[in-house]
Design a binder for this molecule. Structure first.
Ligand code: BGC
Length: 458
């Protein structure tokens, strides 16, 4: 997790050769004040889905549909973080993280999505905050990480404009309840993912395959919810609280880093994020997006655009693989997209291309295109083939190699319910035995601990 002055690898101040025999050979320090964190989301770790008055979310419903989740898994127990949260904060403390990004489950607070709050819902997060603050770990709260209350989906979910207002009401409530102890709020996590996969391809909850027009309208409602959410947090929390989005920026990378290609990649990045970050940060849909969507373009008003582009205090970006590789066209203006080479390196998840340079260019383009002053890497991590050895140690060297080139808010603290992959794909720094719920720090947790302690990549 980084701020603009100290953006991930951009903030490196050069490598230093170390002489001590037990010191790593090379060390690349980060600026003082660089914040190291780890991240999770409510649905993926909490479990206790029917406890203390929580209502069902679209993911509870979706997970029960045959064939949707690997091995027919569900998140009824997940990491049981709802009961084991103290243990999990202790894991963070042991790694030395200074910040923790977690999400609040909307259906715990408003089982019906709106109306009367369930006091037992917010009480859980108050307990979690008590423990985090007592351990000197700064909370960064995501308001929405995909667990829409099912009751709202029954009324149309993100297809309905009214859902944006319901989100703002919920966000305002959270800000009132915890805004005295939480300094940073993220509105919605990865609008692109939950709209395009939930309402477009249908592989995520609620599993709908809408027309392009309806999907584009749902995208519009999500960015509108973001804008209304920013306003609600500001209106309801103490002054000084900071708020912004956490979006999986689609990042175009220059195939060869010439000046022209870098400019082309920048332009492509602006285009590829048109329905999400670009409209949030520019206050209008690009001509290219409106032209490309044509009759399927979203319906919106000038007032909507103003709300959507309510100034944010920072931008959080989730950076995994590359969105595309591009190069400048030689004769015409614009850029050409390059196909990924067949032998492109992948981590365990087939969608996760290995592209350390994404973490370099994403914050740079964000700054260059939209003059963003404060940037957080709100997620970055990898899945790997984690298997405990006979002695119980989990030597996830592949994750260590992946971490070596980065500075960020590591996804994720624990192995968890990896959406449609169920428990079959592990992203955690801690291995979770889903039979016993025992947590074991992997080699990557120890590596990360060392990086944090030195404030340097080693
Ligand atoms: C999501 C996480 C997910 C991670 C790995 C991100 O897109 O925000 O919830 O676990 O990717 O797939």
């Amino acid at each position: 997790m980084v701020s603009a002055a100290a953006v991930g690898v951009v903030g490196l101040t050069g490598f230093r050769l170390l002489r001590g025999s037990d010191e790593p050979y090379l060390q690349s320090p980060f600026p003082p004040g660089f914040r190291w964190g780890t991240a999770t989301s409510a649905f993926q770790i909490e479990g206790a889905t029917r406890e203390d008055g929580r209502g069902p979310s679209i993911w509870d419903t979706f997970a029960r549909l045959p064939g949707k989740i690997r091995d027919g898994a569900n998140a009824d127990v997940a990491d049981d973080h709802y009961h084991l949260y103290k243990e999990d904060v202790a894991l963070m403390k042991a790694m030395g993280v200074q910040t923790y990004r977690f999400s609040i489950a909307w259906p715990r607070l408003f089982p019906e999505g709106r109306g009367m709050p369930n006091p037992k819902g917010i009480a859980f997060y108050q307990r979690l905050l008590d423990v985090l603050l007592a351990n000197d770990i700064k909370p960064y709260v995501t308001l929405y990480h995909w667990d829409l209350p099912q009751a709202l989906q029954d009324r149309g979910g993100w297809e309905q404009r009214d859902t944006a207002q319901a989100f703002a009401d919920y966000a305002g409530y959270v800000a009132r309840e915890v805004g005295d102890r939480v300094g940073h709020f993220f509105t919605l996590n990865e609008m692109r993912s939950f709209i395009d996969s939930g309402y477009g391809t249908g592989v995520f909850a609620p599993g709908l395959t809408l027309s392009k027009a309806a999907r584009n309208q749902a995208r519009h409602h999500a960015v509108l919810a973001h804008g209304l959410g920013v306003q609600a947090v500001r209106a309801c929390a103490r002054t000084g609280v900071r708020v912004g989005p956490a979006e999986n920026i689609k990042i175009a990378l220059p195939d060869i880093e010439t000046r022209k290609n870098v400019r082309a990649a920048e332009e492509a990045t602006r285009d590829m994020n048109a329905p999400f970050l670009t409209v949030i940060l520019e206050g209008h849909y690009t001509d290219g997006y409106l032209k490309a969507t044509g009759a399927d373009a979203p319906r919106f008003t000038g007032a909507d655009l103003k709300t959507i582009s309510t100034p944010v205090d920072f931008v959080g970006i989730n950076v995994y693989g590359p969105g595309a590789y591009v190069r400048a066209r030689t004769r015409e203006a614009g850029y050409a997209e390059m196909p990924l080479p067949a032998s492109y390196p992948h981590m365990k998840s087939p969608w996760l291309g290995f592209a350390p340079e994404a973490l370099y260019w994403a914050p740079r383009f964000l700054q260059k295109l939209w003059d963003v002053k404060e940037i957080y890497i709100t997620e970055n991590g990898t899945s790997a083939t984690d298997k405990p050895a006979k002695d119980g140690r989990v030597d996830d060297l592949d994750r260590v190699l992946f971490l070596r080139v980065r500075g960020y808010f590591a996804w994720s603290l624990l192995d968890n319910f990896e959406w449609t992959d169920g428990y079959g794909t592990r992203f955690g720094l801690h291995y979770v035995d889903f039979q016993t719920l025992k947590r074991t720090p992997k080699l990557s947790a120890l590596f990360y601990k060392d990086v944090i302690a030195r404030n340097a990549l080693v």
